[in-house]
Design a protein around this ligand. Sequence first.
Ligand SMILES: Nc1ncnc2c1ncn2[C@@H]1O[C@H](COP(=O)(O)OP(=O)(O)O)[C@@H](O)[C@H]1O
Ligand SMILES: [Mg+2]
Length: 271
Amino acid sequence: MTKSTKKPILRLKNVSKVFAGYQALNDVSLDVYPGQVLCLLGDNGAGKSTLIKVLSGFHEPTSGTVEWDGVETKFKSPKDANERGIATVHQFGGTFPLMSIGRSFFVGVEPTKGWGPFKRFDRKYANETAVREMQQLGITRITDGERLIGSLSGGERQASAIARAVHFGAKVLILDEPTAALGVKEATHVLRIIMQAKLKGIAVILVTHNVSHALTVGDHFAVLIRGQKADDFAKGERTRDQITDLMAGGEAMAELEAELNTLTGTINQIH
Ligand SMILES: Nc1ncnc2c1ncn2[C@@H]1O[C@H](COP(=O)(O)OP(=O)(O)O)[C@@H](O)[C@H]1O
Ligand SMILES: [Mg+2]
């Protein structure tokens, strides 16, 4: 599906964010489309997490606007954004290591059985649902919803968070560096699940500084450098080298190269 036939579900227009005099985001505009993976690339400190915190209702922009489904919107809180259909898996934590898989799947929306004073958490339903949803995404090793989140691998935790978003009908799924701490096999698995979410029509925003991961699943790409959008392109419009150079800041690499050449020259003179 091409962009022209679809409307963005989420849109940032000229968004800036300033923290106590420090400009973390500078005039960033972005369009997020259903059924597409938008990769947000950039070096550490580029402003990626700040950007997704604006998109997920955690930060209010200092200036600029956010449009949700064509309407200018101010998210009052992460809960507000979540209730509209924005599911965010933050970079660090976000899950509860000492909670069971079933519990954490339904945290905040606990299913109950019985009524009045007999009302209680429906553990069996929660466990079965969580396990079933994870199995549907190919996490077949998990069969017991009573297991603690802390006992899962990094990839399985990411998968459980994605399964949860899919189950509760998220329209936008934001993942902040979901593959950063994972081995190759686990990362591949998480990328596969991201593709499944996309095929269900969910708009996925994948934050990563791994160009290979981005190129594997991305439909559209935006590169942030020091809080500014340095480039914005569709799949196939840039080569891997161009993207890597841009992320590293082409200038910095050229300087390093010149320095190394001088150094090599000096060493050659000595010998
Ligand atoms: N709450 C905050 N208060 C002050 N500065 C912040 C805050 N959050 C982020 N920053 C700063 O904004 C810049 C961008 O951070 P961040 O969005 O986390 O970058 P990235 O996720 O791309 O590594 C960094 O210099 C960071 O220190
Ligand atoms: Mg970050």
